[in-house]
Design a protein around this ligand. Structure first.
Ligand code: SAH
Length: 346
C-alpha cells in the first residue's frame, strides 16, 4: 500500500504538535520544525539540524515539505518588477509576480493552476483549472521569491491565477500561516484577497475575523454588461453582490476595493461611470481602475489614457475614492497569466 506523505508546510503549529506526538516525539519538536519551515524557510529535513538524525530519517519516510521549482524569471529594467514561472510537484505551471513599492515588496500569488471562472478578458481561465494549490504551495511562492530577492516580502495580493474563494480552506490556511508570529509574521493588513464575487463564500469570509483587504472584481456597473464579460455574474447578480459587500464592511469595518478593468467600448462609457457611481453610493469602498491588459487570445482592446482619466473623474464626482492603477513592469508584461500560457504552448 502506498500512503501519501503528509505535507508539513501546510500544517498549523497545533496540527504539527499532534503529528510529532503521534510519532512519539516531544511537543516542543513541533515548534522547532515550524520555525525551520516558516522562519528559516528551508526545504529539506536534512537541514533541520537541531533534530536527531534518526528523527529526521523517520520524517523523511512519512512526511514531505511542499515547494515550488523556479523554471523561468523575467526582471523588468524599468522598475525591478519580476515575473516568475514555478513548477508544482505534479508539473503544473503557475505564475507569480514581485512588485517593488516605496513601502515594501509585494508578491502576487497564484491560488490555483488555471481558473474555472471563465472571465472573457482573462488569460488564466482559457484552458480551465488544473488544480487548486495547497497552503504550502502558496507560501512557497512567497518564500522562494523572498530568497531570490534577498529582501523581506511584506505584502501579498491573491491576484495571480485562480479564484481564491474557489479554494477556500487552503487560502484561509495560507493567510493564517503567513500571519503566524512563529513564521513569516506578515500583517494581515498587508494581504489582499481578490474575488470575482462568489457571494456565499464572501459571507463565510466575513465570519473569519480577519484584517485582510477584500477586493471585488466588479468590471461593470450592471448585470447586463457584467454577464457579458463574467459568466459568474449570472449566479452572483449585482444587487446581491453589493448587498454582500455592504454586509461585509458592516461586519468587518474594513473598506472594500472594487476592481474595474476598462475595456474599450464595453464598460468604459460616461454612462457606465455615472451608473457605477450611483451603485456604490454610500459604501465604505474605493475604486481601482486599470486599463485592461490586452490578451492575444481575446478580442478586447483596452481603453485609452484619456478615457481612463475621464472615467475616473466621473466616478470621483459621486464622492467615491478612485485611483488608476500604475502599471509596473510593462517591458516584461505579457498580461496576467500570459507568461504561463506561452510557456505551456512551447
Ligand atoms: N479570481 C480573482 C483573483 C485573480 S485575478 C478575481 O477575479 O478577482 C486578479 C484581477 O485581475 C481581477 O480583478 C481580474 O479581473 C483582473 N484581470 C484579469 N485579466 C485581466 C486583464 N486582461 N486586464 C486587467 N485585469 C485583468
Amino acid at each position: 500500500m502506498i500512503v501519501a506523505k503528509t505535507d508539513l508546510k501546510s500544517m498549523s503549529l497545533a496540527e504539527l504538535q499532534l503529528f510529532v506526538g503521534e510519532m512519539g516525539e516531544a511537543k516542543f519538536r513541533a515548534k522547532q520544525i515550524f520555525n525551520w519551515l516558516h522562519q528559516k524557510q528551508i526545504s529539506s529535513f536534512q537541514e533541520m539540524t537541531n533534530l536527531s538524525e534518526k528523527f529526521r530519517a523517520r520524517l523523511e519516510e512519512t512526511a514531505k515539505i511542499s515547494g515550488v521549482q523556479m523554471v523561468e524569471k523575467l526582471v523588468s529594467k524599468e522598475d525591478g518588477t519580476r515575473k516568475y514561472l514555478f513548477a508544482l510537484e505534479n508539473g503544473s505551471i503557475i505564475e507569480s509576480v514581485l512588485m517593488q513599492y516605496d513601502y515594501g515588496n509585494t508578491v502576487c500569488v497564484s491560488t490555483q493552476a488555471g481558473c474555472r471562472m471563465g472571465c472573457r478578458f482573462c488569460a488564466s481561465t482559457i484552458d480551465g483549472v488544473e488544480r487548486s494549490l495547497t497552503a504550502g504551495e502558496m507560501l512557497s511562492q512567497v518564500y522562494a521569491i523572498q530568497k531570490d530577492l534577498g529582501a523581506r516580502i511584506s505584502g501579498v495580493v491573491l491576484m495571480g491565477s485562480g479564484e481564491p474563494l474557489d479554494n477556500y480552506e487552503n487560502v484561509m490556511r495560507f493567510i493564517r500561516l503567513l500571519n503566524s508570529p512563529e513564521g513569516q509574521n506578515m500583517g494581515q493588513r498587508h494581504m489582499t484577497l481578490s474575488t470575482c464575487g462568489l457571494i456565499e463564500k464572501m459571507y463565510d469570509l466575513a465570519e473569519e475575523n480577519l484584517q485582510i483587504t477584500l477586493a471585488v472584481s466588479l468590471h461593470a456597473p450592471n448585470d447586463e454588461i457584467r454577464q457579458q464579460i463574467m459568466p459568474v455574474a449570472k449566479a452572483n447578480p449585482m444587487d446581491r453582490l453589493l448587498r454582500a459587500c455592504m454586509d461585509y464592511t458592516d461586519k468587518t469595518k474594513r473598506r472594500i476595493t472594487f476592481e474595474y478593468a476598462l475595456i474599450h467600448g464595453v464598460n468604459d462609457s460616461d454612462a457606465c461611470a455615472r451608473e457605477l457611481g450611483r451603485q456604490l453610493q454610500g459604501m465604505l469602498c474605493h475604486v481601482n481602475l486599470i486599463p485592461m491588459n490586452p490578451v492575444k487570445e481575446r478580442n478586447f482592446t483596452k481603453s485609452n489614457t484619456a478615457r481612463v482619466q475621464r472615467f475616473a473623474e466621473l466616478v470621483q464626482q459621486s464622492n467615491i475614492e478612485t485611483t488608476i492603477r500604475r502599471r509596473l513592469g510593462s517591458d516584461i508584461d505579457a498580461a496576467c497569466g500570459q507568461l504561463r500560457r506561452r510557456y505551456m504552448e512551447k
